[in-house]
Design a protein around this ligand. Sequence first.
Ligand code: PLP
Length: 403
Amino acid sequence: MPTPTDELRALEATHILQVYRRLPIAFARGKGSYLYDIDGREYLDLVSGIGVASLGHAHAGLAAALADQARTLVHTSNLYYHSLQGQVASRLAKLSGLPRAFLCNSGAEAVEGCLKFARRYWHTRGETNRKGIVALERSFHGRTFGALSVTWDEHYRTPFAPLVDGVTFVPPDDPAALMAAVSPTTAAIIIEPIQGEGGVWPLTPTFARTIDEICQQTGTLLIADEVQCGLGRTGHPFYFSVLGLRPQLVAIGKALGGGMPVAAALISQEVAAAIAFGDHGSTYGGNLLACRAALVFLDALVDGGVLAQVRRTGAHLERGLRSLASRQTRILDVRGAGLLWGIELNSDAAPVVDAALGRGLLINRTAGTVVRLLPPLTITEAEIDSALSMLEAALATLRVGVS
Ligand code: PLP
């Protein structure tokens, strides 16, 4: 007798493009840091839809605002004004120090916008040969052609070649290689202040200093991709400022809508001045529903105390992970900040993800051997303790000596 999960898997197997290797589980509802599958089983969610459900699931304020907005007006396009885009952009300007925003729908689109605006800047200034982009090994910036072109993993890239021209990759811990790669034809350097998909690697202060120096010396623009690590995830509005970086372009997404698809490219005044009407656009970008969600999130982050809460809970999570690593020989390294952590194992992380799932804990594997934690920003210390004990139990199921 097929279960309801078997039935929906069979339907998807026939009609959904098979690009996702899903875990065999279907969720029906959520509340705070918990998700419930269609059979009513409870899971503590340390994935939050890959860093998206920033305020937890079924957040009452977000639900009420979306319902109200849906009853009032959802979408009008960018042919006209509405009252919410400017409010979102001005709050983002306050948080980032970058005065302008281009609103869009996904992280890849935000990156795409940043790449286009960087090239447009040099074009406007008459330096039409400045088109090169320097990106980092281990990077992930998204799946559209531009974003894919600055994404490192060959597995994602090769089937779709040729990609956008003019991209050079350098190792993320090699200042000399970076200096050698930046030339008078380089338009921009693109970095993730904490590389997320690549295995949760914060850039080192030394490497960040080199980036800053080279950008100041050559005028090369800096694009900070904070789609995963930005907007409070690390306990700071943006991680670029922790590293002392001064980007002209910042890509954000994920946490911004608390689950609604909304993202943005944040832009310095100097770059914005080089962009003309018609240079870029999006039908959906910054529609009323998306902006309403972003306003709820930004309110909660700053005035609602979520940022301060992440500093506290992030420190609690870090202490717990370091203590776990001291007891668990399978853990080689623990990296991250705030509520973004990677636990590097001495073997494939997939069996740990499966064992955790069996215990009612959702965690995620990235870069093969890394368990990544991206809980809702609203997770409590008690929930973190409960997650850590389930994680420890999941790690204990690995056969000793297998790697
Ligand atoms: N940039 C970074 C750093 C990301 O982590 C991601 C997604 O994981 C993206 C860009 C792409 O975002 P999206 O999947 O919303 O297009």
